[in-house]
Design a protein around this ligand. Structure first.
Ligand SMILES: Cc1cc2nc3c(=O)[nH]c(=O)nc-3n(C[C@H](O)[C@H](O)[C@H](O)COP(=O)(O)O)c2cc1C
Length: 193
């Protein structure tokens, strides 16, 4: 059985991103994956301070929730990362997470994990694509395998539209593309395993 982790980059732990990442994980479960969600909004994560301790020792010098999260990422077979669009990019919560994974990059501890991205913005064309690109850049720098949503809709990630919490419940494209991402990640991770 493969293990797929969903990372929610919103400060709203029960918001639109959570809902779409949850949908992605449900479709991964439907084809036999074990899943877990990590809500960055309820975690203590300090920003990287460029102390370079990780370069010398391979470990981060900061002791907070990233330690446990790093372990979970390394044990997983696939990772789905979702973010709200904030000014055309990821949230600061997700960026702190991204920068703090530097110790895992030293000897490519996330290499070959199967990964996908989901972005939710308040308006259509609100920056979902640039946000997904930012997540893809992070995933490629870790040498993970990035999948698109594999559907005729031609989305290259899960792209949702919603403002207030609960909006994405009626966002058919957001739900469909997110489910597709979950399925693709779990399918390929299973095949590779
Ligand atoms: C600081 C801030 C910046 C935002 N910038 C954008 C933006 O550039 N484009 C957009 O479409 N929506 C933007 N939004 C709206 C959120 O992306 C939207 O409400 C999203 O559904 C929030 O996801 P959540 O419910 O998971 O927190 C912004 C919201 C905030 C709080």
């Amino acid at each position: 059985m493969v293990k797929i982790i969903g990372v929610v980059g919103s400060p709203r732990t029960d918001g639109n991103t959570f809902y779409l990442v949850k949908n992605a994980l449900k479709s991964a479960e439907a084809i036999g994956a074990d899943t877990e969600i990590i809500n960055l909004g309820s975690k203590e994560i300090e920003p990287c301070i460029a102390c370079d301790i990780c370069k010398a020792t391979g470990e981060c010098g900061i002791y907070d929730d990233m330690r446990e999260i790093e372990e979970k990422l390394m044990e997983s077979d696939g990772i789905i990362i979702g973010s709200p669009v904030y000014f055309g990019n990821v949230t600061s919560q997700l960026k702190m997470f991204i920068d703090r994974t530097r110790p895992l990059r030293g000897n490519f501890k996330l290499k070959d994990k199967v990964c996908g991205a989901i972005a939710v913005g308040g308006s259509r064309n609100g920056g979902q694509e640039s946000t997904i690109s930012a997540i893809h850049d992070f995933l490629l720098i870790h040498d993970t395998i990035v999948v698109g949503d594999g559907a005729p809709l031609a989305h290259y990630g899960g792209t949702g539209v919603g403002g207030p919490k609960g909006d994405t419940i009626k966002d058919e494209i957001g739900i469909e593309t997110s489910k597709n991402i979950g399925k693709r990640v779990a399918e390929l991770a299973s095949r590779l395993k």
